[in-house]
Design a protein around this ligand. Structure first.
Ligand code: HPA
Ligand code: ZN
Length: 352
């Protein structure tokens, strides 16, 4: 059965590599590295994926990272994600990697970078996917820690696409990291930050005015501040939204209550992404499908999300234009189907 959403060309701009560690791979790596887990099976671990908020997820996420030890582990994790993304119609993937907790546990930064970068090259050779790496600092750590991370990864500067920031948002405002972002930008890197996920709209304001970031990750809290929405629209600042993550972490009470549709209607440059796919039970294509179904998005709105993803990607203008052109071609094909309608996105006609 054809799946029009999986054939929609798209860019995944908000996905955490460590968050792609699914239960089966976590158990395989634990066995390979002689690490014991407190769950007896992948199914038991999956059953623990019930979160009250961002912190309850982060606790489990950091615990899972303990199985990542060798270069091969990072290679396997990265290649598995990129293959899955390719199957979901992702032609450009910009992946977050947060090395601080790994380094703290004694994993060498070279081990991590060689594993991830090698898998990115392998995936591109295998299926043509374009892959970029975003080094992410953790905001519960200090500003000095973030600057130290920057120094640690600079030997790989040529292979790093940009820098970001994730982790516990409340109480850790963007302003805490003004020096880090200034330094990243002065070195010529594009920058993005998680803001307005659990934190307030004021954090998004700080991120765009003080840090001068190129994108905002999540950003859903902007909808409580009309002046901020107007500025985000006027300045064309992209927001990488992760609807299923927002539902699972109780940022919104349900998918039906998610502001994605209102964000599109406001003219915001929003796009849809997966964040941590196995933890939130949804790859990027599944996020698109559930939004189409749950929010009643039109074909044109789905295409707008995909075009926005290319416009927001950290890649040259020609590549962005090629991505948008591929979305146009998808639209032409999709609307050729006489009975094409929102529900057809899930199981489209086989002749196209
Ligand atoms: N928010 C903040 N930090 C994160 C997330 C998230 O959704 N996923 C992985 N690290
Ligand atoms: Zn995230």
């Amino acid at each position: 059965m054809q799946d029009l959403i999986a054939r929609l060309p798209k860019a995944e701009l908000h996905v955490h590599l460590e968050g792609c560690l699914d239960p089966a791979l976590m158990f395989a790596l634990a066995r390979r590295n002689g690490i014991s887990l407190r769950w007896s099976s992948p199914d038991e671990l999956r059953a623990a994926y019930r979160f009250d908020n961002l912190q309850s997820f982060l606790d489990l996420y950091y615990e899972g990272c303990r199985v990542l030890v060798t270069e091969q582990d990072f290679h396997d994790l990265t290649l598995q994600y990129l293959r899955q993304a390719h199957g979901d119609g992702v032609v450009r993937a910009e992946m977050f990697l947060g090395p601080q907790g790994l380094i703290e546990r004694g994993v060498a930064i070279g081990t991590i970078m060689r594993g991830v970068l090698g898998a990115m090259r392998a995936a591109t050779a295998e299926c043509g996917i374009s892959a970029g790496l975003l080094i992410s600092a953790q905001r519960h750590r200090s500003a000095a820690d973030a600057l130290a991370l920057l120094d640690q990864v600079l030997p790989w500067a040529e292979q790093i696409t940009g820098f970001g920031m994730g982790g516990a948002e409340a109480g850790n405002p963007p302003s805490k990291f003004a020096g880090f972002f200034r330094e990243c930008r002065s070195l010529g890197f594009p920058v993005t930050i998680h803001a307005g996920e659990e934190g307030p709209a004021a954090y998004i304001r700080e991120a765009i005015d003080l840090l001068q970031v190129d994108r905002i990750d999540h950003g859903v809290a902007c909808m409580s501040d009309p002046a901020l929405v107007r500025d985000l629209v006027a300045r064309g600042i992209p927001l990488t939204v992760c609807p299923l993550s927002n539902v699972r972490l109780k940022v919104v009470p349900s998918l039906a209550a998610h502001p994605l549709r209102a964000m599109l209607d406001s003219g915001l440059n929003v796009s849809v992404h997966s964040d941590d796919p196995p933890y939130f039970d949804g790859t990027i294509a599944e996020n698109y499908r559930q939004c189409e179904h749950g929010l009643g998005l039109s074909v044109e709105q789905i295409a707008t999300l995909a075009r926005n993803s290319f416009a927001a990607a950290f890649m040259p203008p020609d590549d962005k234009a090629r991505g948008c052109g591929a979305v146009d071609a998808w639209c032409a094909q999709a609307s050729d189907c006489a009975d094409f309608g929102p529900s057809r996105l899930r199981t489209g006609p086989t002749s196209h």
